[in-house]
Design a protein. Structure first.
Length: 134
């Protein structure tokens, strides 16, 4: 973890985020399938997977050094696999290889964005708040 002023708070959110995602992934679907013919349900589902895992990757790359990004990618990939495995055991959910592919693509996008621009953002956020608040 990067040398942060409030590592406990960052870790707390870092534990809560995957728990929230897991609870949503294992709960019965509560949103209706869209009727929009421009983007069918399968595409919406994959888009949601990709965005979720890109955001998770961006979160964790904010707390860890570039040399650890491969660990972030590996950990999130295993987490995506765990979700699909658990979903395969539920009668009201389905596990799909396409979901895992969308997760990995999202992770890759998040890592690339971190490498280009946002990596270590939590340190910058702490510094900005410190300068702003005093």
């Amino acid at each position: 973890m990067l040398p942060l002023e409030y590592p406990g708070r960052w870790r707390t959110v870092g534990v809560l985020l995957p728990l929230i995602v897991m609870s949503l992934a294992l709960a019965p679907a509560f949103w209706p399938r869209p009727d929009d013919a421009r983007l069918d349900w399968v595409e919406w589902d994959k888009l949601i997977h990709g965005i979720t895992f890109a955001l998770l990757a961006l979160w964790y790359t904010g707390q860890y050094a570039r040399g650890s990004y491969w660990r972030v990618a590996l950990g999130l990939s295993v987490y995506g696999l765990l979700i699909e495995w658990l979903q395969s055991m539920l009668s009201y959910r389905t596990a799909e290889a396409g979901d895992l592919v969308a997760d990995v693509i999202g992770i890759a996008i998040g890592i690339v964005i971190a490498l280009i621009a946002t990596g270590g953002w939590s340190q910058r956020a702490e510094n900005w708040l410190k300068n702003r608040i005093g």
